[in-house]
Design a protein around this ligand. Structure first.
Ligand code: BGC
Length: 733
């Protein structure tokens, strides 16, 4: 919206971290027929008209690659207007734009200070029209926010008077070229109630029973004192103590002083990742506090219920980790001084996430963050975090497995939703990324260097992967070539097909020659490399069966040993290897490393590290990259969710967008009974099965004619509708 570009105003105050600006503008209007307000900010704004908050979008206008792209919003404010004098009141916090952000705790990343712009277009009942915009008539005042920032939280004092600072300053700094109406807002979602109140020496700890991203809501009428202070944490450790060391430099606190008017106070310019809060300053009583979870607004499309409580809890955990980390961008975690858009974490969980929720809008937005950021990378790579921190003067090598999100995610979206626009819109960006990789290849068509490998694989640290990552890292490059070649082939882009197919074949050849011996043993003989080679490199290669056999042997010998990237494919490959019992053994294993180990230790979201809590019950504080790195809410290992939909329920799409459907549930008596559903682009798919007296019973509802594969491998072609099957259950088919 070009008009907004002409009306940016900024603060009179020198930049200081955490400052919130308040702007007011009065106007007179009577008999208003329509009133539309366009608004955006460099920072985060909150808008009130005559004292009433207008927006329900959180952290508006949203997090974008500010050097090139900014969202704006459009509100009908007619219902808020009075005949006579009206007041537009806009608070602007620093947010991602110039507040403290990134694991390096930088400030002013995208600009020196906040700025905001609005235009109000009014039509009166007599037909006349006029507009008001942010300009020098706007006044800036002091306000109740003493501090606001994502990491440290908010300090709010409602008793503070509003004093005029002066007329707003006209903003003359740079603005991005692209202004766009928001497509997917972050909204307040689930209400979370207190489930336990724990008395401690210096106050009270409240347990919400669930780890999540969101904020508290304080009923000021129930405060027995002027000020309440709240600290947030994910776990209690040692017992009855809020563990905050994993928040690193994030203070994650709220300090709220009430005013004369009773209110329900909720922070506006921050959110936290927490399950527990510590309260001091006020006596806790029922209803003083509850909380809300937040996330980018998405429609839930996947459901799963199992009679096995552990299996069910793990499913819920990955859902909660998705909710907690789909906040504007695919964040790594919601609690510590990070909360950045990580491409690698994003791609590792994206497929699972696209079953749980309709993620089309989320990714369309994030793919823009990726491609705008990429345009400022002089080497053309997609970086590990997006939106990027600003134009890069010099190029940098993408972290392999991270930047490759640019091919993995559009292809996944195409397959899941049958919509090729994600591929076509990002095709040039994919090629740019692949060309940057090509420039780094050696004469074996491989990239040899230091990288992070299969991040956080058990027992393999950064130093080990620095020397041994190559059999993992190159799989991502080879897959990039395959994705681009496949697209080029479908669209008859002959030259592109030729180029990228050749790179695919050559680098596949180089990979086999360099990293595999004739018995299919991979260099370093580690699980992540087997998994990713099978997934990305050896689809139709003669060595596949030997490599598969070595992979199975490895799993039998060592159990689960995968990191962020290989975990998604571990159980599906075991099924392909005809080892369903082994797949379920791994799923259900409750020793470390294993999913049920986390569940057994009380996890309500998926952990960043398999052993975030060590076997002796202590928090794993082993330093990685010079920092405590133990988030209890990272979703990469939640990529097991895909196994729930595609194998436990057996819902498998055979052509993009579920146009061809197979249902092949893999039954295991340890799960007792399961049911679930996926709302595919073809319609609702439902599957339920249970085991009774060594017999299975299965109910299936399909929206289109489908193929059903029964546990005895019998294949049935069925029309759309519901179908029931019974048969003998034999363990380990
Ligand atoms: C993040 C990860 C990320 C990694 C890569 C960590 O600090 O939390 O999830 O992928 O860094 O460097």
């Amino acid at each position: 919206m070009e008009r907004l570009k002409d009306h940016f105003i900024t603060s009179n105050l020198e930049y200081s971290e955490g400052v919130v600006s308040r702007f007011i503008q009065e106007f007179s209007a009577t008999n208003v027929l329509s009133a539309n307000l366009l608004i955006t900010a460099l920072g985060i704004y909150s808008l009130k008209i005559n004292g009433i908050q207008v927006e329900n979008q959180l952290y508006a206008p949203g997090f974008t690659y500010y050097p090139k792209h900014l969202y704006f919003q459009n509100y009908n404010i007619q219902p808020y207007l009075l005949d006579g004098i009206n007041v537009i009141e806009v608070y602007v916090a620093q947010g991602w734009y110039c507040g403290r952000f990134t694991h390096e705790n930088k400030t002013q990343i995208y600009g020196e200070n906040i700025a905001v712009s609005w235009i109000l277009d009014l039509t009166l009942k007599n037909g006349s029209t006029f507009s008001i915009a942010s300009d020098e008539t706007v006044l800036e005042t002091t306000n109740e926010y003493l501090y606001a920032g994502f990491y440290d939280g908010e300090i709010v004092d409602r008793t503070r008077p509003f004093e005029i600072i002066g007329q707003a300053k006209i903003y003359t700094g740079v603005l991005p070229d692209n202004f766009e109406l928001t497509t997917i807002p972050v909204l307040q979602q689930d209400l979370i109630d207190v489930v336990d109140v724990i008395e401690v020496n210096d106050g009270v700890i409240l347990d919400f029973g669930q780890n999540f991203a969101g904020y508290v809501c304080i009923n000021s009428a129930l405060m027995n004192n002027e000020t309440i202070a709240i600290k947030h944490g994910e776990v209690l450790y040692p017992e009855k103590e809020l563990y905050v060391r994993n928040l690193r430099r994030a203070k994650a606190q709220i300090v709220f002083t009430k005013g004369n008017q009773p209110e329900l106070y909720k922070p506006k310019f921050t959110y936290m990742g927490f399950r527990f809060i510590h309260i001091s300053g006020c006596v806790y009583k029922d209803d003083l506090i509850h909380a809300y979870a937040i996330h980018s607004d998405m429609h839930r499309t996947g459901y799963f219920i199992s009679a096995n409580r552990m299996v069910q809890r793990l499913y819920e955990n990955q859902i909660w980790s998705q909710k907690s980390n789909y906040i504007e961008v695919p964040t790594d975690c919601p609690q510590r001084d990070e909360r950045m858009g990580y491409t690698g974490d994003g791609q590792a969980f994206a497929h699972t996430g696209s079953y749980n929720y309709d993620t089309k809008q989320f990714w369309r937005k994030v793919l823009k963050d990726i491609t705008y950021s990429q345009q400022d990378n002089t080497e053309g790579y997609v970086g590990p975090t997006i939106p990027a921190e600003g134009p890069k003067g010099i190029g940098y090598m993408s972290m392999l497995g991270w930047g490759n999100a640019i091919t993995i995610i559009p292809e996944m979206l195409y397959n899941q939703y049958g919509d090729e626009s994600y591929m076509s819109e990002n095709y040039e960006a994919m090629k740019r990324h692949a060309e940057a990789e090509i420039r780094k290849l050696n004469d074996q068509f491989l990239w040899i260097g230091i990288n992070l490998g299969d991040w956080l694989a058990p027992g393999k640290d950064v130093a080990w992967f620095a020397m041994n990552n190559n059999p993992v890292s190159n799989t991502f490059i080879i897959n990039d070539f395959r994705v681009i070649a496949d697209y080029a082939k479908r669209h008859e882009l002959h030259d592109d097909y030729e180029r990228y197919h050749n790179y695919y074949i050559n680098s596949q050849g180089g990979y086999v020659k360099t990293f595999l011996d004739e018995n299919g043993v991979i260099q370093g003989d580690y699980q992540g490399a087997y998994v990713l080679a099978l997934q990305y490199v050896l689809k139709d290669h003669p060595l596949r069966s030997k490599v598969m056999a070595n992979f199975v042997k490895h799993v039998k010998a060592y159990g689960l040993q995968t990191g962020f990237f290989a975990t998604e494919y571990l159980l599906p490959l075991l099924i392909e290897a005809n080892e369903p019992k082994l797949a379920y053994d791994i799923l259900l294993n409750d020793s470390n490393p294993g999913w049920m180990y986390q569940v057994n230790r009380g996890a309500t979201t998926t952990w960043e590290r398999w052993d975030a809590i060590l076997e002796d019950g202590s928090v794993n504080e082993t330093v990685i990259s010079s920092d405590n790195m133990v988030s209890f809410n990272h979703y990469a290992f939640g990529s097991v969710g895909k196994f729930y939909y595609e194998y436990i329920l057996g819902i498998k799409s055979l052509s993009p967008g579920f146009q061809k459907l197979t249902i092949q549930p893999w039954i295991d008596e340890r799960l007792m009974a399961v049911s679930g559903a996926y709302e595919s682009s073809q319609g609702l798919i439902e599957v339920a099965w249970k085991i009774v007296d060594s017999k299975y019973e299965m109910h299936i509802n399909v929206p289109i004619a489908s193929t059903i594969i029964l546990p005895n491998n019998e294949t049935k072609e069925v029309p759309c509708g519901t179908h029931a099957f019974r048969g003998i259950y034999k363990n380990n088919r």
